[in-house]
Design a protein around this ligand. Structure first.
Ligand SMILES: Cc1cc2nc3c(=O)[nH]c(=O)nc-3n(C[C@H](O)[C@H](O)[C@H](O)COP(=O)(O)OP(=O)(O)OC[C@H]3O[C@@H](n4cnc5c(N)ncnc54)[C@H](O)[C@@H]3O)c2cc1C
Length: 381
């Protein structure tokens, strides 16, 4: 397993190494002993959320120089090897929270962000719909003005991580009065999970078990206008910057996941014997793992370049998309190699190899599929 010192990267200094060592110790103490139980129950326990919050790990910076601490945390979270846990925490502390950090009023931040950072409320991001996934233009969840200055929200969101435990949903909603429905004229709202008309139904996902993925139905839910995130009708512009941040976070988490898998792979080929020699004696095997290790080195350094760019306020869509694309695809390739070289042991449902393989497939879909990342890299979206 890589030591903290071996995991230095451009832009990281001794303080980041110390922070990494602390994060690693916290995750070893507060996450790993419970991880299999959370996978079985398909969600992180309330105690788990609180333990991470008590260590300050749910309130790390979203911007500025301090974001490099977040980058170290996200990589280490990925390196736990439980992508469902990393996704749940990533959505809560970064992806959903970022809309409130960047666009929320002081009142909304105090009411939702502060308790989320203390681990008292879990945050979820409810964007995707049955016909509005990688292309959000066919959004159908709609807000209708109720005549008293508030709104009634109706629609169905799918694949919502932290769905059943969430205290609130950050969600995008079309404007019923807009001349063209869909994303143009849409707004962002924060919606309390305990409002009348909110129903959540767990989805049986193949992997990311601890991510608590649900369908969330909004049926004529009363939402007051002070629950708008930013100005009405601005969702398209808000999403454009927030989605780059989401891709960056997903990419950094996937770097950690790939690192965990490549470390296991190197250990496996050194220790697993075929006849009287280890697997690593076979040149084809050795070279395959060397290729994955080399790709990991490149993607990891690119990840810290992207994190540094973001810390300077200069993250581009292209950089975020390249990272998300290459890190999540590497995680799939590494998981496939680990399953393959594990032999039939890796084909047992409860094996680590099987979990890594199942989990890796979600990475190339969630937060935007690889094809969309390629379109963004080529400037075609
Ligand atoms: C485990 C998991 C957790 C998730 N968590 C959340 C969450 O917390 N909140 C949330 O809002 N959403 C969440 N999602 C939804 C996720 O963001 C969407 O699945 C994703 O945006 C793709 O949308 P879709 O599934 O509707 O696929 P579609 O848009 O229907 O696309 C299907 C497939 O078509 C291909 N494709 C799409 N676009 C193109 C293109 N331009 N060119 C070529 N091929 C293309 C891709 O292979 C893609 O996978 C989650 C998804 C998963 C799997």
């Amino acid at each position: 397993m890589s030591t903290v010192q071996e995991l230095s990267a451009p832009g990281l200094d001794e303080s980041h190494a110390q922070f990494r060592a602390r994060v690693r110790a916290v995750l070893a103490r507060e996450v790993l002993p419970h991880a299999d139980g959370w996978e079985q129950r398909r969600q992180i326990s309330a105690e788990g959320w609180r333990a991470l919050a008590d260590e300050g790990l749910l309130a790390l910076p979203h911007a500025g120089a301090g974001f490099l601490d977040s980058a170290v945390f996200l990589e280490e979270l990925g390196r736990t090897g439980y992508a469902g846990i990393r996704a749940a925490v990533g959505v809560h502390a970064y992806m959903a929270a970022s809309y409130l950090t960047a666009f929320g009023s002081p009142e909304l931040r105090e009411r939702y962000l502060a308790p989320a950072r203390r681990g008292e409320h879990v945050a979820a991001l409810a964007i995707t719909e049955a016909d509005a996934g990688s292309d959000l233009r066919r959004l159908t969840t709609t807000a209708v003005a109720d005549g008293d200055g508030g709104y009634r929200v109706t629609g169905v969101k799918r694949h919502v991580a932290n769905g059943s435990r969430a205290g609130f949903y950050v969600t995008v909603v079309a404007n019923a009065e807009a001349s063209s429905p869909g994303l143009a004229g849409a707004s962002l709202f924060v919606i309390d999970a305990d409002l009348p008309g909110v129903t959540r139904t767990p989805q049986q996902t193949l992997g990311w078990l601890s991510a608590d993925v649900c369908q969330v139905d909004f049926a004529d839910v009363p939402v007051s206008s002070d629950h708008l995130i930013g100005r009405p009708g601005r969702a398209l512009i808000q999403l454009m910057s927030a989605l780059d941040f989401e891709r960056l976070v997903a990419g950094l988490l996937a770097v950690g996941g790939a690192l965990f898998c490549v470390e296991l792979l190197k250990q496996l080929i050194r220790t697993h014997r075929i006849g009287d020699a280890p697997l690593s004696a076979k040149q084809t095997v050795r070279h395959r793992v060397a290729d994955l290790d080399a790709e990991l080195e490149l993607v990891r350094h690119y990840g810290y370049h992207a994190a540094w760019s973001h810390s300077q306020g200069k993250l581009s869509t292209r950089t975020a998309s390249i990272l998300k694309l290459r890190a999540t695809e590497l995680a799939v390739a590494a998981a496939e190699a680990f399953a393959r070289y594990s032999g039939a042991r890796g084909y047992q449902e409860e094996s680590t190899a099987a979990r890594l393989y199942r989990d890796s497939l979600a990475g190339v879909i969630a937060a935007g599929p690889s094809e969309v990342m390629r379109d963004l890299v080529s400037g075609e979206m």
